[in-house]
Design a protein around this ligand. Sequence first.
Ligand code: DC
Length: 237
Amino acid sequence: MDKKGLIVTIDGPSGAGKSTLCRKLAELLGYVALDTGAMYRAVALAAARRGFDGEDCSVLEKLCAAIQIDFSRGEGKEQVLLDGEDVSEAIRTPEISLLSSRVSRCRGVRRALVRRQQEIGAAGGVVLEGRDTGTMVFPDADIKFFLDAGAVERGMRRYRELKGKGIEVDPQQTIADMESRDRADQEREDSPLTVAADAVVIDSTALSIEEVLGRMLEIIRRHSAFVSTCEKSLWKD
Ligand code: DC
């Protein structure tokens, strides 16, 4: 199958700036942006609405098969749809953040969501962001980034983001929640958050979004120039 473009992955802990960079990068490249965390959040929201606490994996696996998660561009922004309902805001609460981390430990849930992510991204021309997009979803991705930042900075970014959306939270609590979620994401048995051996690591602690974006674009440009040089020399031989 002819690919529509590159497969670019961005992994890293919460609050490192993955979502914003994924969206901006996809916009600039004319690619599809895939926020894989939103899918785990949608499963968590569906579980919470049914009163599930996220501990019983077989229940979650069945739930996963029964719900439909889609992305759509509506009202000028990317929307996350759960069984056709726009849940873009509802999946961003602190409660759903914690439950999504619990839900993501479940092997059956991961298998179902990873399959869906592979279907969406297989044609290329996609930027995916999450925890395992370069290690499990697309281990052969063209370009892999691992975006990191200091824990306090990440916690404060998340605090400002929630505050901006009118969600009242305590900054210390936000940092503590984020650290405990990071620990769970790094220590879980199935597909823990790890740096792919061939990922480009960027620490965004002291960098603006524009600076990180500039670095990513430069790496993509160099990769594309390298590939086209290789292609030309292949034709010559
Ligand atoms: O990126 P996020 O904060 O929206 O992700 C929510 C949770 O989903 C996070 O705690 C871990 C999980 N997740 C995952 O396990 N694998 C991914 N590819 C993306 C998210």
